[in-house]
Design a binder for this molecule. Structure first.
Ligand code: DAU
Length: 339
């Protein structure tokens, strides 16, 4: 089977929410490169992990539009769905001036569902996570496994998945849900394990490992995830759920030793620290549905993905130093004050 998706319906405009984060920015870059006739609207509230520097290289692309705003801002989301916003402002999109005041509401997937039939999108892709299944010592989760989230974050993702499913059942909103395992790659916020370990090693600082380091995560390179999302968008069936994973389980300790080995840094940098509350033991996904039904498969081995990621952080010291030092947060406070 061909490992690139063929189009059966072209959603020429994608509204990506949270596109200035790690996976969102990689996805936007991927789509702009892969589909020369697609345009993207990126709606992002620019909270702590949203970073416009992640999209510096595409910001002048005429097929890319950034809107600072909140998905809980109903009027704004409706305007974006209907295309009004861009019809009115496509030539001089000064998004700062055009964004109405937003209330600081907790973002809610329900807010993203259009409120009239004519504004229904071709596809509503809910990008979810393996965390919704909870933790398992043995075996792998399939799409029908019960949801059993253990953290408030995972519970909110599970709730969003259920809400999406309900919109499909009740209103036939063409929802597709994807659930992916842990991602690694460029532009991941340096509070996460891999970028934290790489940048700490570069700064000759210790690397904190929660508990005894035997928790297991299943890793996938972010570009493989983005390709899988493209497959789901183009070939997925409304109402269906697709797990996405590359079958690359590692304990945290195995991972950090491999990383230090590639970087020629000593294992003595590893420091065991108190475990995180509610730390799930093991995530593991069975991704055979997307492979057999949609023809997607991962292309990066774990070693390739890790080496590429490490090299990216080595080459982009300016990017992560700004974040780690807090300089970036101050800059955005100045540029985008809450009104
Ligand atoms: O795909 C699963 C999840 O992956 C997603 O739902 C989340 O949105 C995403 O942030 C990520 O969550 P994790 O908590 O698994 O990722 P993190 O990189 O924080 O941690 C990976 C593992 O490393 C986890 O077992 C905790 C451990 N860890 C993490 C940090 C930051 C440490 O041992 N030390 C650390 O300092």
């Amino acid at each position: 089977m061909n490992n690139s998706p063929t189009t059966h319906h072209l959603p020429h405009t994608l509204l990506v929410t949270g596109g200035a984060g790690f996976i969102g920015s990689n996805f936007i870059r991927y789509i702009l490169n892969e589909h020369s006739d697609w345009q993207i609207i990126n709606l992002d509230k620019l909270t702590y992990a949203g970073n416009l520097e992640n999209l510096e290289d595409v910001k002048d692309n005429p097929r890319y539009h950034f809107v600072k705003g909140d998905i809980a801002d109903r009027k704004l989301v409706d305007a974006l769905f209907s295309g009004e916003y861009f019809a009115a402002n496509s030539l001089t999109p000064n998004t700062q001036d055009l964004i109405p005041n937003t209330q600081d509401l907790t973002p809610n997937t329900q807010d993203l569902t259009p409120n009239t039939q004519d504004l229904t999108p071709n596809t509503f892709l809910q990008v979810s996570t393996d965390e919704v299944y909870g933790s398992t010592e043995k075996g792998k989760f399939i799409e029908q496994s019960p949801l059993s989230p253990n953290s408030p974050y995972a519970a909110s993702k599970a709730a969003a998945d259920l809400l999406c499913h309900a919109y499909w059942k009740t209103y036939q909103l063409p929802v597709i849900i994807t659930r992916c395992s842990n991602n690694l790659g460029p532009f991941q916020f340096p509070e996460k394990f891999i970028p934290l370990a790489v940048t700490n090693a570069l700064e000759n600082k210790s690397i904190p490992i929660y508990g005894d380091g035997s928790n297991v995560r299943d890793w996938i390179y972010v570009a493989d995830h983005c390709r899988a999302l493209d497959f789901a968008l183009q070939k997925g069936e409304p109402g269906e759920i697709y797990n996405i994973a590359a079958n690359q389980e590692k304990t945290n300790l195995e991972l950090v030793y491999k990383l230090l080995n590639i970087m020629h840094e000593p294992q003595s940098l590893v420091t065991f620290v108190t475990d995180r509350p509610g730390h799930d033991r093991r995530y593991a996904l069975d991704a055979s549905k997307i492979t057999t039904q949609l023809g997607w498969k991962p292309t990066y081995s774990f070693e390739e993905a890790l080496t590429t990621t490490i090299n990216w952080y080595v080459d982009h010291e300016h990017w992560w130093r700004k974040i780690k030092s807090g300089e970036y947060a101050e800059y955005y406070q100045r540029m985008y004050p809450q009104r």
